[in-house]
Design a protein around this ligand. Structure first.
Ligand SMILES: C[S@@+](CC[C@H](N)C(=O)[O-])C[C@H]1O[C@@H](n2cnc3c(N)ncnc32)[C@H](O)[C@@H]1O
Length: 171
């Protein structure tokens, strides 16, 4: 992620799902000094740990933590006329809302911007038709939707738990 953010020359990024801040740090470290990442989470305890590490690493000035449901934070950005102004979004939070986060992210990034989505293989469950729980069904349908989405160029990396890269090609 650090490499991708650097390669793109990204200045404005969003992360949906911070936890203890590891991926936030990798993105923030590749942003320029005047770059910013909006880091969305709802958990005070975990993000308190994140803030300590951001401080220690010397990148906290680039990180704007928003403690609220990410749908609300992204909606606010859209209401503040920030559509089309972001370069990079990493989605890694509650799976049920992936389709909503994706649509919001697609509105918020510029043409040529990149959305990364984690856990798209869901431990291989998406490829097993006998598994029908809600999260598996959501991610399966989500993968299919992106596969047919003409607004993006798509690449799914089979590393870790599956990482989708979606580049916006139309506004
Ligand atoms: C898998 S962890 C994120 C891991 C992090 N991206 C990393 O790589 O280190 C998922 C995070 O999503 C957060 N989350 C869950 N539901 C959320 C919501 N509705 N809005 C914002 N964050 C949410 C959780 O609190 C948790 O910290």
């Amino acid at each position: 992620m650090q490499l991708l953010v650097g390669l793109m020359g990204a200045k404005k990024a969003i992360e949906v799902g911070v936890f203890t801040g590891y991926s936030t740090l990798s993105i923030a470290s590749a942003l320029p000094e005047d770059g910013k990442i909006i880091a969305c989470d709802i958990n005070v305890e975990w993000t308190k740990i994140a803030k300590q590490f951001w401080e220690m690493a010397g990148f906290s000035h680039k990180i704007d933590l928003k403690l609220a449901p990410a749908i609300e934070t992204l909606d606010l950005l859209l209401k503040n006329n920030e559509a089309g102004t972001f370069d990079f979004v990493f989605i890694d939070a509650d799976k049920a809302n992936y389709p909503i986060y994706y649509e919001q992210a697609l509105s918020l990034i510029r043409v040529g911007g990149l959305i990364l989505i984690d856990n798209v293989l869901w431990s291989g469950k998406v490829a097993d038709p006998t598994i029908e729980d809600d999260n598996t069904k959501t991610i399966r349908a989500f993968n299919q939707k992106l596969h047919n989405d003409p607004r993006i160029t798509l690449s799914m990396l089979p590393l870790g738990d599956g990482l989708t890269l979606a580049m916006k090609i139309f506004s």
